[in-house]
Design a protein around this ligand. Sequence first.
Ligand SMILES: C[S@@+](CC[C@H](N)C(=O)[O-])C[C@H]1O[C@@H](n2cnc3c(N)ncnc32)[C@H](O)[C@@H]1O
Length: 448
Amino acid sequence: MNNPRQLAFIALRDVHKGAYADVALDRVLQKFKLPDHDRRLMTELLYGSVRRQRTLDALIDQLATKPANQQPKDLRTILHLGFYQLRYQERIPVSASVNTTVELAKENGFTGLTGFVNGLLRQYLRLVEKSPEPLKLPENPVEKLGILYSFPDWIIQVWLDQLGLAETEKLCEWMNQTPTIDLRVNILRSSVEKVELAFKNAGVLVRPIPHVPQGLRLIGNTGPIQNLPGFREGWWTIQDSSAQLVGHLLDPQPGEVVIDACAAPGGKTTHLAELMGDQGKIWACDRTASRLRKLKENTQRLHLQSIEICTGDSRHFTQFHHIADRVLLDAPCSGLGTLHRHADARWRQTPESVKELALLQQELLTHTASFVKPGGVLVYATCTLHPAENEQVIAKFLAANPHWQQLPSLNLPKVETNTSSLGLKVWPHHQDMDGFFMVRLRKTNDSE
Ligand SMILES: C[S@@+](CC[C@H](N)C(=O)[O-])C[C@H]1O[C@@H](n2cnc3c(N)ncnc32)[C@H](O)[C@@H]1O
């Protein structure tokens, strides 16, 4: 089978049954070999329909006599694909969107409902002719933004509390974009100039990233990453700009002992090793063995020697007491800063999962702080934009540990810290990078 819309339907059906969007996509792509443009179309339809699920359901609620959650499951999935193309894919001709959706209904057991599908999509098109926004939106700003940009209300509320209405709207728009891909050049094997030239010679466009010294951003479509020049030689690795800032904030020095307490798959561990000239010792700890295998692969590809793996729960290690010059705690988090990279993440996290994560983060921070030598430094980082996992974790830690203090954030770019002076928050719609929170703490010399 090679119909990208039918394959998107199969994968989307799996996601609606609970599969992760990237796993569902991989499963289908492994089984059916598609030409490049069909693969891209299928990926766009799948990720887009998952991301825009709430808006697409709102259209069904408004236009059909039965609301979305009372429609047959597969029919609802087919309608999502149809409305997604009509509303968000300007490059696809309207007639193709309507006809292929009707075909999907026919092929998947809804022959008797093709008139209904056709009618619903055309009703939408008639409304668009009358008004650029045919969706009826509630007055309440939380629900309004939630339906318009397809986020759960609780996420909108978390952002509104920090940013206000206009900024939240910009952030929502940003989070619905297709993500960009950044590289970090391995300065031990290559240089930014050399990588730029190799890419240029291969016809691949990249551009430097302000404030991120080893960063390059890929422009346009590049095909499989592993085929790009210098990948096998370990000249560079994929890492978003804001994740690169974390390594610079820790600022590790050659010869030091560093512990990366939540290290896998090693994006930051390998950066630290590169910044240290691969001189010294980095303990890469993580409790997930499968992710540590990826870390090992990355270490080998980048030819780094100073990294040692330690499998287990970083809340329980006793062997590291007061041995580290620097500790990085890149904590597990709700990922609200990287929702654009994971189409289904906004539907998976809940206020309850945030509470559980905040507890885990607090425990990790309290224990890993004991790894740091007196006078040493700890950087706490997350890729979320939820204060309960960021500022509040740090505030509680500092209140309970008077021999720790916050340090200024070196020469990192000017990022938004408009809610609190605790830490640096990268707001994606300002910096055009993943959302991140990071803070540098120092243990005083007179601590035990
Ligand atoms: C944000 S990811 C780390 C990403 C990594 N630093 C990088 O840059 O590639 C968080 C990691 O924490 C690990 N983790 C979660 N709970 C842990 C615990 N209690 N002890 C150690 N690792 C843990 C997860 O397995 C996951 O790999």
